[in-house]
Write a protein that binds this ligand. Structure first.
Ligand SMILES: Nc1nc2c(ncn2[C@@H]2O[C@H](COP(=O)(O)OP(=O)(O)OP(=O)(O)O)[C@@H](O)[C@H]2O)c(=O)[nH]1
Ligand SMILES: [Mg+2]
Length: 366
């Protein structure tokens, strides 16, 4: 099997990783590269995988565990993608609440899988608001993990600079450079396709990767992850053929309101509502540009474009509240907005991430 260039795009929940994978893959394909993608989650039924599968390229999913705790699963996914794209370029998105990936993924890949993987510098995407909070030392539940992600980054890529004015963006990048002098700090807006090609040029340039290790206290790390309730749920309902644009927006508003009422800070709540030929992607991040709805056509490759298919609503929610309560809040929002439909829940998974137990942990840079 040919070696694949592996670009790992980390960063906290909602930083824009999936959006970046989609955009970067598009740019690379236009230039004639073969590209494959890998998603990752603690549970199955990923909005991210469905979103990325709209691009005509192989998407492999490591679900049920994060990359670091299921290293063999990651290697298998890389092998299957690399085989499908004959080497090419593989872009992988780890779970947003994971850190210590240099010690648990980058070093073992460099040590044990040289024939399979040529690793690019490890990139950590930053939401500007979250990054500013860390630089200003405004502590919150996410601070520990997000800080450790920056500590181990080869590249810190400040995303969503479209929400900042130019001076603010420059100032934030300067502050990040001072705080993390070993990392290269870059800026981008995936939304407006600014800085993405520059970042790709940088990661594809031959150079050392996985150069930094963070010092991670696994008790604090485990506490940080366990603060989030996790819900991956799929609901189906009839009939198809309605215009759900207003309902999708109302559902996101209702979910936001329900979470606010319980003071449940949002990690990332996303949903994909599919009806007939249309789909609506909703995102709630509690961060910069915090609430978005996007309407698009169901990609032809999904095989679900026939008018007869049932409507599906896939919800992936991570918020600072118990998972059962998160499920109840979600159902309450469904009841409020879609009261005239009968919903059937399938594949409901609620969890609190367990203590990270990586397959490998290197204490030195390979
Ligand atoms: N304004 C703005 N919003 C962006 C940009 N990139 C991503 N977003 C939005 O940020 C939200 C989260 O994006 P995702 O790509 O799903 O984030 P993620 O890091 O993959 O999230 P998780 O997989 O849950 O960790 C969505 O609403 C995106 O539309 C950007 O450059 N500018
Ligand atoms: Mg994602």
């Amino acid at each position: 099997m040919k070696q694949t260039k592996l670009i790992l795009v980390g960063g906290f929940l909602g930083a824009g990783k999936t959006s970046m994978l989609y955009r970067a893959a598009e740019l690379l394909q236009k230039k004639g590269n073969q590209v494959g993608l890998i998603t990752n989650d603690q549970a199955t039924n990923l909005v991210d995988t469905t979103v990325l599968s709209g691009n005509e390229m192989p998407v492999s999913e490591v679900s049920g565990s994060c990359f670091c705790c299921n290293f063999p699963g990651l290697v298998q996914a890389i092998e299957s993608v690399a085989f499908a794209i004959d080497g090419g370029i593989t872009i992988a998105e780890p779970v947003g609440s994971c850190t210590d990936l240099s010690a648990t993924i980058m070093q073992p890949l460099k040590d044990k899988h040289k024939e399979l993987v040529d690793p690019a510098p490890m990139t950590v995407l930053a939401d500007p608001e979250r990054l500013r909070g860390i630089l200003d030392e405004k502590e919150n539940t996410a601070s520990y993990i997000a800080t450790k992600q920056f500590d181990e980054a080869d590249i810190i890529l400040i995303n969503k600079i479209d929400v900042l004015d130019a001076e603010d963006a420059e100032n934030l990048a300067e502050r990040a450079k001072k705080r993390w002098p070993k990392a290269k700090v870059m800026t981008a807006s995936v939304k407006e396709n600014v800085g993405v090609q520059e970042w790709l040029d940088e990661v594809l340039r031959p150079q050392d990767a996985g150069k930094n290790l963070a010092s991670v206290d696994y008790d604090l790390y485990a506490d940080g992850e366990a603060a989030y309730g996790w819900l991956n749920a799929t609901y189906t309902f009839d009939p198809v053929g309605q215009d759900f644009a207003a309902d999708a927006a109302a559902f996101l508003d209702a979910l936001e309101r329900n979470l606010n009422e319980k003071n449940a800070a949002v990690g990332h709540v996303k949903f994909l509502l599919r009806s007939g030929e249309k789909q609506y992607l909703g995102n709630l991040t509690g961060m910069a540009d915090h609430k978005t709805i996007r309407e698009e056509s169901v990609p032809a490759s999904s095989g679900e474009e026939e008018e007869t298919a049932a409507n599906t609503l896939v919800v992936n929610a991570r918020a600072e509240i118990g998972p059962k309560a998160l499920q109840d809040l979600t159902l309450a929002a469904i009841d409020k907005v879609f009261s005239s439909y009968t919903f059937t829940g399938t594949d409901i998974c609620t969890l609190i991430p367990g203590r990270p137990n990586p397959t490998y942990h290197y204490d030195h840079v390979v």
